[in-house]
Design a binder for this molecule. Structure first.
Ligand SMILES: [Zn+2]
Length: 244
């Protein structure tokens, strides 16, 4: 049985909120409505397609940009609900550890909504890839997003350090260096160099994820789509790359 979860919302029901109450996605509902509020945000519990998942992320990002966030339920009741019902996130998101890029906040999602894997530079190593496979295969998220961002310190450190860094940071730089070398050979100008390295680093992580046999199989079965996205730390906007 499919259900609809309700989240507390003080304010005006937005078009986005109305759109996410998708027809056919709900039959019963549990509610955490504040009595002082007459407005409710509903998210379908079962989100099984890439299109629906991306739509929820885009709408959440629009709410975040506008300041009309909906998912502020950090109550014990909400936690209990997630313990009882288990987690059913609708997206696996691989993002940079940058403190300005928290996926739950910039996509305005609630506890239990998104499965997040983070490291400096949003690079892919076996442990990261294992977490991504877990999100897609076990938790059945229909989308995997590699979320890079503008003004990425990890990318800048790689470029400025000429592809070298001390200690374990070197492991991150080694990954980003692949993109740095590619951009160098493309002959891109100085003004676009960091930006192009960030973009190429997102593409490289997408390629690394797509090498996983588990992800390949899920892609072939149309159960998951792997897509890139970039966050603008000035405007708050996330721009998705076209899905391949
Ligand atoms: Zn970063």
């Amino acid at each position: 049985m499919m259900k609809t979860k309700f989240y507390k919302f003080v304010g005006i029901i937005s078009l986005a909120a109305l759109l996410t109450t998708c027809a056919g996605c709900s039959s019963t509902a549990s509610s955490t409505v504040d009595n002082t509020s007459s407005k409710v945000y509903a998210r379908p519990e079962t989100v099984s397609t890439f299109e629906d998942a991306k739509k929820l992320l885009v709408e959440g990002n629009q709410r975040y940009i506008s300041g009309n966030v909906l998912n502020d339920d950090l109550s014990s009741k909400k936690r209990e609900e997630l313990v009882t019902e288990g987690q059913h996130p609708f997206a696996t998101i691989v993002s940079c550890s940058d403190s300005r890029v928290p996926p739950e906040i910039i996509f305005d999602q609630a506890l239990g909504d998104i499965f997040v894997v983070r490291n400096a530079g949003n690079v892919i190593d076996p442990v990261t890839l294992g977490s991504i496979e877990y999100g897609a295969e076990h938790l059945k998220t229909p989308v995997i997003v590699v979320l890079g961002h503008e003004s990425c310190g990890a990318v800048k450190a790689t470029v400025d350090g000429g592809g070298e860094a001390p200690g374990n940071i070197g492991n991150i730089v080694d990954k980003i260096n692949i993109s740095l070398e590619k951009v160098k050979s493309s002959g891109v100008g100085k003004d676009k160099f960091y930006e192009e390295c960030e973009n190429e680093n997102i593409k490289n992580s997408l390629n690394e994820i797509k090498k996983s046999s588990i992800i390949k199989e899920l892609e072939e079965e149309k159960k998951v789509v792997v897509v890139g996205a970039k966050y603008d730390i000035n405007t708050g906007e996330v721009t998705f790359s076209p899905a391949e």
